[in-house]
Design a protein around this ligand. Structure first.
Ligand SMILES: NC(=O)NC1=NC(=O)NC1=O
Length: 240
């Protein structure tokens, strides 16, 4: 489980959520880069998070990791990570959107800042869910304030999920941030519709792919990157 931001509390929360659904033979290791943004709320943050994500994948390959979840709703570095990894790499946005389309005709995404809505739409189109994604709604709560004990994030997100279902005519909700994972079961129970959290969806998807013997294809686009020199700080990365 790679948390692409450097917020330790989120990494621990992601690990807890993944372990809650992981099978008995699955060892969950939750990690986050030592460098990068404390939260990812813009294209700039996302770009600066990718080197750290790739460093964690490279370390995982050296350790023999079977598969990876990129636990940020922008799926930062997903394609590049697949070039490094032998096993499957699944982003929480892609996993959540897939799961939502298996239990509903149309889903609404409820995410954090309004400025990240475009990225969610981009991913829906990239993953082939342009028709199934009926709307993207932002609660405008900063990522690192989602778990504030004195905050009202859980209520705000729940209310926005209900409004999104009505506004979009959708029948499922995708939570658009790893920080919302702990809200998932309660919101689903209160609204009576499938609410999908990408952290747990991606965890089970990676498990399933591994169980099916499906590894990232080394043929074509996801083949290991051609060897070359990387100067400056990036030169410290060793591609496995
Ligand atoms: N839409 C989002 O805010 N996504 C995220 N930012 C993070 O730092 N983690 C996420 O999942």
């Amino acid at each position: 489980m790679i948390n692409p931001n450097t917020a330790r509390a989120m990494t621990e929360s992601i690990g807890r959520c993944a372990r809650a659904v992981a099978g008995p033979s699955t060892a969950i290791v939750a990690v986050s880069p030592s460098m990068g943004p404390e939260s990812i709320e813009s294209h700039y943050d996302e770009a600066l998070a990718v080197p750290g994500v790739l460093a964690e994948v490279a370390a995982g390959e050296r350790a023999g990791t079977d598969g990876y979840v990129i636990a940020c709703f922008g799926d930062p570095g997903l394609d590049a990570a697949r070039e490094l990894a032998a096993g499957p790499v699944v982003g929480i946005a892609q996993a959540a959107m897939h799961a939502a389309t298996l239990v509903g005709r149309g889903f609404s995404v409820v995410t954090t800042l309004s400025r990240t809505a475009g990225r969610a739409w981009d991913l829906a189109h990239r993953y082939g869910f342009a028709a199934a994604c009926r709307g993207v709604h932002a609660c405008d709560i900063p990522v690192l304030e989602l778990d504030r004990p004195d905050g009202d994030a859980r209520e705000v997100v729940t209310r926005l999920c209900a409004e999104a279902l009505d506004a979009d005519g959708s029948d499922a909700v995708v939570l658009g941030c790893a920080g919302m994972a702990p809200f998932c079961a309660e919101i689903s129970a209160r609204l009576g519709v499938p609410v999908v959290d990408g952290v747990t969806a991606a965890t089970k998807l990676v498990e399933s792919l591994i169980c099916l013997g499906l590894r990232t294809s080394a043929r074509g686009e996801y083949a290991p990157p051609p060897p070359k020199r990387y100067s400056g700080l990036l030169g410290d990365f060793t591609i496995p």
